[in-house]
Design a protein around this ligand. Structure first.
Ligand code: ZN
Length: 95
């Protein structure tokens, strides 16, 4: 799975949840898609809300994007998935 596909899967799952998930940690970074910077929230790998059908894809997507120094997040303005590394937001698949 490439990073762009993985980001699409996470985005699809969180699209309708990000506004209600106030428990997600807010990151002060600038979104590489829309340039805004105060509504990026870390995503989580807690998949209790993910249906059984979606779970395998979600886990695979999470493992594609997340690593020790990199965490998936979503921008509350443009609803794109970004990757947080060293406090900076990067576009998935950019490297
Ligand atoms: Zn954005």
């Amino acid at each position: 799975m490439d990073e762009t596909d993985a980001a699409d899967i996470l985005r699809g799952f969180w699209l309708n949840r990000v506004e209600s998930s106030s428990s997600q940690e807010l990151i002060l970074a600038t979104c590489p898609f829309c340039g805004k910077g105060d509504r990026i929230r870390l995503l989580s790998d807690e998949t209790q809300e993910v249906s059984v059908i979606q779970e395998t894809d979600y886990q695979a997507a999470w493992e594609t994007l997340a690593s020790k120094d990199r965490l998936p997040a979503i921008c509350g303005f443009c609803l794109n998935v970004v990757l947080i590394r060293d406090g900076q937001a990067e576009m998935p698949g950019a490297q």
